[in-house]
Design a protein around this ligand. Structure first.
Ligand SMILES: [Zn+2]
Length: 307
């Protein structure tokens, strides 16, 4: 089993202030845990390339993307919405984060790698077609999925999102696109307060009440997600791997623990093994308790490595 670990030093430079939870220390927390657990040496480290304008525009409105490029400050900051700030390094971080997904899809689709984890930031799943939101500028996983659909001519890409927050951006970008199954588990009601009511057939909502434990999470996935994935027969599984549903996370009120991240990854690995030669591309979304983030991401990556 060969697992790629994609990142770029630009992703460490995007810094929205010392008090901001979406901090550069998040990537270091993951990498430190991989080193301490002696996994890093067994990963294929890949320096991410930036996404091209064409690749980003495949998932986003052209005017929006041009505006993001135009607003990028040389110094100081530009507030796109409260807590979503562009700083001098933000644009480079965001283009490399999206580019990591494109590259990871290429590595996995070519068979060079079995699967891949993109340890990148800013995160992406709240970014909508034409709107930055919730610490997100470009929807990284959507850029990667569009690349898989358009450039690798796939017709069935499953996106599983276990971040504590609903991935409103990913859902908006792919609503009604039957080449994609988007399945999101999330605390409800909770930010971003998107309406989980009526939606398209290719969207699977798995709302969880505050306080839900791993047992409830596992039951939801077993009863709803796994049968949907088996029926969909994905050619590629992509994961929006947010670790803020962990019980130690300061933002969410779900109660997952480290073992739940091993479990869900093992299950998705088994489904990927049955339907798509094990092809999985995973990307970091949230996760704001640095210690829990490091441990949960370690469990996820170790499972991707088949260990
Ligand atoms: Zn989140």
């Amino acid at each position: 089993m060969t697992t790629a670990y994609l990142t770029h030093y630009h992703c460490d430079k995007h810094h929205m202030g010392d008090e901001h939870p979406e901090s550069p220390m998040r990537l270091a927390a993951i990498q430190d845990r991989l080193i301490a657990g002696q996994l890093l040496d067994f990963l294929r480290l890949v320096e991410a390339k930036p996404a091209t304008l064409e690749q980003i525009i495949a998932a986003h409105d052209m005017d929006y993307v041009n505006a993001i490029f135009a607003k990028a400050p040389k110094k100081g900051s530009v507030e796109l919405e409260p807590e979503t700030l562009m700083m001098p390094h933000t644009l480079e971080a965001a283009t490399h984060a999206a580019g990591a997904l494109v590259q990871a899809v290429d590595l996995v689709m070519s068979g060079e790698m079995n699967n891949a984890f993109c340890s990148v930031r800013p995160p992406g799943h709240h970014a909508e077609h034409d709107r930055a939101m919730g610490f997100c500028f470009f929807n990284n996983i959507a850029v990667g999925a569009k690349h898989a659909l358009d450039k690798h001519a796939l017709s069935r890409v499953a996106i599983v999102d276990f971040d504590v927050h609903h991935g409103n951006g990913t859902e908006q970008i792919f609503s009604g696109d039957n080449r994609v199954l988007y399945a999101s588990s999330y605390q409800h009601p909770f930010y971003p307060y998107s309406d989980p009511g009526d939606s398209h057939d290719n969207i699977l909502h798995m709302p969880l009440e505050a306080g839900s434990t791993g047992e409830v999470f596992r039951q939801m996935y077993t009863e709803r997600l796994f049968p949907a994935l088996e029926a969909f027969q994905p050619e590629l599984i992509m994961i929006s791997a947010g670790f803020d549903a962990h019980k130690a996370d300061p933002m969410g009120q779900l109660r997952l623990d480290d073992s739940d991240y091993t479990w869900v990854t093992d299950q998705l690995m088994a489904i990927a093994g049955r339907h798509c030669q094990g092809r999985i591309v995973s990307v970091l979304e949230g996760g704001y308790n640095l210690d829990a983030l490091g441990r949960a991401a370690y469990c996820h990556i170790r499972s991707l490595m088949g260990m």
